[in-house]
Design a binder for this molecule. Structure first.
Ligand code: FRU
Length: 424
């Protein structure tokens, strides 16, 4: 990957580029980077709600953390409407696919707990109705701050606008379960600025969300990753030599790929508590390659920075493609340069026979990858599907240098703790 000096000229670091040449190396169905088939007879966590993006409770170093022996996950969640006339088809049957596809507009943050790191018990909503300032509570990260059980939940307040926010509360445990208290005052942190990160005014399809705060293992400072698009009016971006990369003859035509402008954003905290943030230029851009690099997150391993982000087939640009799944990049220092893992960036994709079986993969430092089930075909032609809205089987992965390998499959929603904190 090459760095571009065009847009971020006078900045402290140059974003690394995921190039069209890198993306040409993406191979769906390579068994080392493909998620095992999810069977259509999967169990459903809870029949009253859909769940999708899953956010394990963790510390600022990335370790998945249980409290007093209780594992805790947060999920984006929406009610299912099997009896709502709005979601009945002409024959009076529940149109679950339409209900599922509408879920983003009513996403709320819920939590679940477990003694075993699976078979999650329903906790409830994290914030009471009316606390969050916008209609949608979109993805983010719950951080366990200390052994008093204080939790900072960073998330995205969406519609109107898209603002990275945080809300503080406390996790409380008993012998019988876990509850969340507080979470009653939401603090806005920042929005897209239009200079580095694209705003809604520049592009109605802009993305600005999914905060992932962390402590840099090398400099000890508090940073945050997030999803963005590169600033500029929609259609004004240039897909030049740097963005194209080293392509074979005949692959120079970039079509309409200027409309795909994803990036992984980064901000640095000006204070120890993470209440005051400064946005920095993106770590990674995908101009001319893909329009969404969602839920970016790190695994710190062997002194390296493994940057993971989820993306879709439908968000790829003209002339390049790849499966829905998680993509990754590695660098020796926080600000790069990043190179795509496995040459292409693809780390764990859906098999082409079940292209929507899972999404929103989250790679944990123990190599386990959690995701949710979207939809699985129930017949040979793939026209009949079963909608998920529940946890997918966890995949085990090995990360070695610039390569990754699928090595194991575990139970549905298996998210074991990496450390336990006894609350005082
Ligand atoms: C990923 C995602 C996130 C967003 C949420 C909205 O599945 O698109 O980027 O926060 O889902 O539902």
């Amino acid at each position: 990957m090459k760095n571009t000096t065009e847009k971020f000229g006078a900045t402290p670091h140059q974003p690394s580029l995921w190039t069209r040449a890198d993306a040409l190396k993406v191979r769906a169905d390579d068994p080392t980077t493909t998620q095992p088939l999810v069977s259509a007879d999967f169990p459903v966590l809870n029949n009253d709600v859909f769940i999708w993006d899953t956010m394990p409770l963790r510390d600022l170093d990335g370790n998945v953390t249980s409290v007093d022996g209780w594992s805790v996950i947060f999920t984006l969640t929406a009610d299912r409407h099997p009896n709502d006339p709005q979601y009945l088809d002409e024959d009076g049957n529940y149109d679950i696919l339409r209900d599922w596809n509408d879920r983003h507009g009513r996403a709320k943050m819920y939590y679940w707990f477990s003694r075993t790191g699976k078979n999650w018990e329903f906790g409830g909503r994290v914030m009471a109705e009316g606390v969050s300032p916008t209609a949608r509570e979109w993805a983010g990260t719950p951080i366990l701050l200390n052994d008093r059980g204080e939790v900072d939940l960073y998330y995205t307040a969406v519609t109107p606008g898209a603002t990275i926010v945080k809300v503080r509360g406390r996790v409380v445990t008993t012998e019988h379960g876990v509850s969340m208290v507080g979470f009653d005052k939401v603090k806005p942190l920042f929005e897209a600025d239009g200079n580095m990160y694209q705003t809604e005014a520049q592009n109605a399809f802009w993305g600005f969300r999914d905060p992932w705060p962390f402590r840099d293992p090398k400099d000890g400072k508090l940073y945050m990753l997030f999803e963005g698009n590169v600033a500029g009016e929609r259609g004004s971006h240039k897909v030049g030599e740097a963005e194209i990369g080293d392509v074979p003859p005949g692959y120079e035509d970039v079509g309409n790929s200027r409309y795909q402008t994803a990036c992984v954003g980064i901000a640095v905290a000006r204070d120890a508590d993470g209440d005051d943030w400064e946005m920095l230029p993106p770590l990674l851009t995908a101009v001319g390659v893909n329009d969404q690099t969602e839920r970016p997150h790190f695994v710190f391993q062997d002194g390296k920075y493994y940057l993971f982000t989820i993306s879709h087939t439908f968000t790829y640009a003209d002339g390049v493609t790849g499966p829905d799944g998680v993509y990754g990049f590695v660098a020796d220092s926080l600000f790069g340069p990043y190179v795509p893992l496995n040459g292409s960036g693809l780390v764990l994709g859906n098999p082409s026979s079940q292209p929507f079986q899972t999404y929103s993969h989250y790679v944990m430092p123990n190599g386990l990858v959690t995701s949710f089930i979207d939809s699985v075909p129930t017949d040979e032609t793939g026209t009949q599907i079963r909608v998920g809205g529940t946890e997918a089987p966890t995949v085990g992965m090995k990360i070695k240098g610039q390569q990754t390998f699928v090595v194991a499959e575990y139970d549905y929603g298996y998210i074991p703790p990496m450390l336990d904190v006894t609350l005082k």
